[in-house]
Design a protein around this ligand. Structure first.
Ligand code: ZN
Length: 154
């Protein structure tokens, strides 16, 4: 089961639907191929999650440069905790190229399960078994200070 989060950028979502249609009739470029691979893996991830009784929404997929810049400001020039190491300008986020999405696992009564809920690792390891990159691995390996278990990347 796949629910699309309320704050998913609708224009970007439509652009993606457009791309799926176009890719059927044209040879996709390498960049588009990566998007396609991400979506194919996502379909496997949703099937797997449903099979093991884990439910999630995608709360963040495509980001504009401005959206990435404002995330980078969090915990630096704006209040809050640091949530990204990529400023969106000199370093592009994978979200700016449709090469990553962030999920939020839902518990009973669709309550959000933030943090290191067990489901993230289970889904993350499944994602890695599909050759995808899972954000939680960076923390486990000491590469990031924040645990980005929500992040699934092509
Ligand atoms: Zn992410």
């Amino acid at each position: 089961m796949l629910l699309i989060g309320r704050n998913v950028n609708k224009e970007a979502y439509l652009e993606n639907e457009y791309w799926i249609t176009v890719s059927k009739i044209k040879n996709p470029t390498t960049r588009l191929n990566k998007r396609k691979i991400l979506l194919i893996r996502l379909s496997y991830l949703t099937q797997y999650a449903e099979a093991i009784g884990v439910y999630f929404i995608i709360y963040d997929f495509f980001r504009t440069k401005e959206q990435q810049k404002s995330r980078y400001a969090k915990g630096r020039t704006e209040p809050g905790r640091i949530v990204t190491n990529v400023n969106g300008i000199t370093a592009r986020s994978k979200h700016q190229d449709w090469h990553a999405f962030d999920i939020l696992i839902l518990g009973p009564q669709n309550r959000s399960r933030w943090g290191a809920a067990a489901g993230y690792q289970v889904l993350g390891e499944f994602w890695e078994s599909l050759q995808g990159i899972w954000g939680g691995r960076w923390y486990i390996e000491g590469k990031t200070k924040f645990n980005d278990v929500y992040h699934f990347q092509a």
